[in-house]
Unconditional design. Sequence first.
Length: 188
Amino acid sequence: MSTQELCPLCGEGQVTQHREDAEQTYAGHTGPVPMYFRSCNHCGSDFAGAEESLLNKRAMMAFRKRVDGLLPAARVAALRGKLRITQAQAAKLFGGGPVAFSKYETDDVAQSSAMDTLLRLVEANENAFWTLVDQKGMQADFGRTQAQPAQSSQPMQPLTASEGPSPLYEPVELKRPPQDNPQTGQTR
Ligand SMILES: [Zn+2]
């Protein structure tokens, strides 16, 4: 933005952008949140233009995410970088809609608690990510480069297949709840 623009209120002074922490309260928690505004060196007016309003909205959203215990925007972006997936691929894998990750990563919106849980799970356990890739039928997007032994050229079988864990992951504990056939631990 230009700092040389004339004040829209008095038409004479020059405005400059400022940032100051202000105490904000959300859900019973009070803390400092950066607030952006412009002030005029002639009439002394402080005001927020479109740019400041957007920054303020995002700063407040970041504060609300902290209070709600949701992953901050930078951590969502870092997770996506670690997984080497685009925002569109992330939306396809995790849900939320086509522009969800753009919004999470700029603090335009907060991810739901369920989305946050899913992201934390995948952050903590890369096997969960590959499980999700298989469930969404997105293997081709990821080229199967994660040192998974290519034991079978068949496409993924649905969970009713009798072979147990997919050959596409390490054989981690993938036991199903023993609701059907507790004596064998297998359902079919
Ligand atoms: Zn002014």
